[in-house]
Design a protein around this ligand. Sequence first.
Ligand SMILES: [Zn+2]
Length: 134
Amino acid sequence: KLERKIKLINRTLTNIRVNHTHQVTTEIVKTKPSKIVIETLRVTNMLKNKHLSKAISEQSFYRFISFIEYKCKLYGIELERVPTLYPSSKKCSHCGAIKKDLKLSDRIYHCECCGLTIDRDYNASLNLANYKIS
Ligand SMILES: [Zn+2]
């Protein structure tokens, strides 16, 4: 009886996550961007990181990417994939310098070369947006 209850709770959680991923990906494509650029993340490598694995598998990166893929096709949005080794986080979006000692806990990106101080994820998103240009 308890096993059935646990299964039901897990199914409910999965449904909530799938629904949330649908809502977020729909919200993104409905902003009608000319293109969406995503990193080709090596999820299997990231799952080996004890601290990240639970959060990553629960957020279901694969599901997110597959939803984004088919919704881009549906809405005629270009989807560009950036190779895994592209240093989107470590690169300064202003001068192009590479910060080799960037830790995951560093939430603010500070460039020693040009002095740029910017949110880490925003810096990475600028680098991804300008991927073809650089
Ligand atoms: Zn810089």
